[in-house]
Design a protein around this ligand. Structure first.
Ligand code: GLN
Length: 450
């Protein structure tokens, strides 16, 4: 097969199914075909050579529209590539297009997109999850072998679980955030969504590493993730937090994890119940920390420097006010207001500072567990995918659905979701959480289980 065959196959599938799935916001067909022609006949060792890729639309791509699924950036054409894009281009992967998401990555269903509602390939009446819903849906429906997503509070793992694919959030600092539109900078990470664990490891291998342009990337060798994929997990010690199988978690999710643990036991691993006592504060801590950071990060969208600008402002104040009122959707505005409030003098100690203290306790819970165990395992989500429209007006339910993914981001840890069964025709995800910078063990366990 040639590069052109691969790209043809991808566009053929997009034409067949994306009218219904609506995963793509922008296709880059001409450039993709030209690049494929250039690569035809060449041979290269890199396994990503000529492989079609889809990119979440908050990762900036040179000369290719990047909207963050927001009216604010509807016509935004970046003048440079994110570091992860440079790395994919160096590996000669071929970018097919940009994928739908929740506006500025805020949401759990991809329904806060200003442009379209992406559907779950397993059930078109269900959401694909979010915020990387377009990425997960495109991979699950066979339009692409891999996509990049971002995960601030579960946005790679939760859509991967809802769509029955594999999604990994790397350790904070493993992958560069340079050129990724910031939501909550102390948590955001880019990661791969794929159909298999091996593919996932291949993509991470290519995008990870120190970047002088992102001071939060860590100067640590990127290990060979693939060498761990042997199927051997004898002697592995698994911790299962009782909070991850308790209140708020459906029987189906609970049972699917217990079944997976039997499989892992059969392979020579052992497991014990542990406690992460502060994880119950995860959701409230997360929404305070991320909204605070978002309120600062999104201040740059002022109607002058980037994107949408209101047509007839009366004066400068009016320009700011109207551009932001007209450019941002409801969920983004809600978070900016919540964050501005939490950071304001007089409330800072009660909210933001408290949240940071709770964050430390959540991280310490994990440190204690990881002193004795190799991985932590639980469900990725408390239940399978929501129906379209089911939670978008019931925000507390939607926020509470992030219960099991959020603590991982607050602690900066890596976590993967791999498919682990079905209920009511919808996939469920098994979450495997590892020590800082130990994605290798996560992949090893996920591969043995898969
Ligand atoms: N659902 C979470 C939120 O709305 C997670 C988002 C994310 O990880 N980008 O904030």
């Amino acid at each position: 097969i040639t590069a052109t065959d691969l790209v043809d196959e991808s566009f053929k599938r997009i034409n067949e199914v994306d009218g219904k799935i609506k995963a793509f916001l922008t296709l880059d067909e001409e450039n993709a075909r030209n690049k494929a022609k250039e690569l035809d006949g060449k041979v290269e060792e890199n396994p990503l050579f000529a492989i079609p890729a889809g990119i979440k639309d908050n990762i900036i791509t040179k000369d290719l529209r990047t909207t963050c699924a927001s009216k604010m950036l509807e016509d935004f054409n970046p003048i440079y590539d994110a570091t992860v894009m440079e790395k994919l281009n160096d590996a000669n992967a071929i970018t097919i297009g940009k994928l739908n998401m929740d506006e500025f990555a805020m949401g759990s269903t991809s329904e806060t997109s200003a442009f379209q509602t992406t559907r779950n390939p397993w059930d078109l009446d269900a959401v694909p999850g979010g915020s990387s819903g377009g990425s997960a849906a495109a991979v699950a429906s066979g339009q692409l072998p891999f996509a990049l997503g971002t995960d601030t509070g579960g946005s790679i793992r939760q859509p991967a679980a809802f769509c029955g694919v594999v999604g990994l959030k790397p350790t904070y600092g493993r992958v560069s955030r340079y050129g990724v539109v910031a939501f909550a900078s102390s948590l955001d990470q880019v990661g791969p969504i794929t159909r298999t664990v091996e593919d996932n490891a291949l993509v991470l291998q290519n995008i990870a590493g120190l970047d002088p342009r992102d001071s939060t990337t860590v100067n640590q060798d990127v290990p060979d993730f693939l060498s761990g994929l042997t199927g051997d997990i004898k002697g592995l010690k698994i911790a299962v937090p009782k909070e991850y199988l308790g209140e708020g978690v459906s029987e189906a999710s609970r049972q699917s994890v217990l079944d997976a643990l039997k499989v892992l036991e059969g392979l020579g691993a052992t497991w014990e119940e542990v406690s992460l006592p502060h994880s119950k504060y995860g959701v409230s801590t997360y929404y305070l920390v991320t909204s605070s950071e978002a309120s600062a990060n999104l201040a740059r969208f002022d109607g002058v420097r980037y994107g949408y600008s209101t047509p007839n402002p009366k004066n400068l104040m009016d320009l700011y006010k109207k551009s932001r009122s007209e450019g941002f959707g409801d969920e983004v505005k809600r978070r900016i207001m919540l964050g501005t409030y939490a950071l304001s003098a007089g409330f800072y100690d009660a909210y933001y500072k408290k949240a940071q203290q709770a964050r430390t306790l959540i991280k310490q819970d994990f440190d204690e567990v990881f002193a004795k165990y190799d991985v932590v395992i639980g469900p990725t989500t408390p239940r399978p995918a929501y129906k379209v429209g089911e939670v978008i007006d019931d925000l507390l339910t939607m926020y509470a659905g992030d219960l099991l993914t959020i603590p991982v981001n607050l602690a900066g840890l890596p976590g993967i979701s791999v498919p682990c069964g079905f209920t009511e025709g919808l996939p469920l995800g098994l979450q495997i959480i590892g020590k800082h910078f130990d994605e290798r063990t996560i992949y090893r366990v996920a591969y043995a289980y898969e």
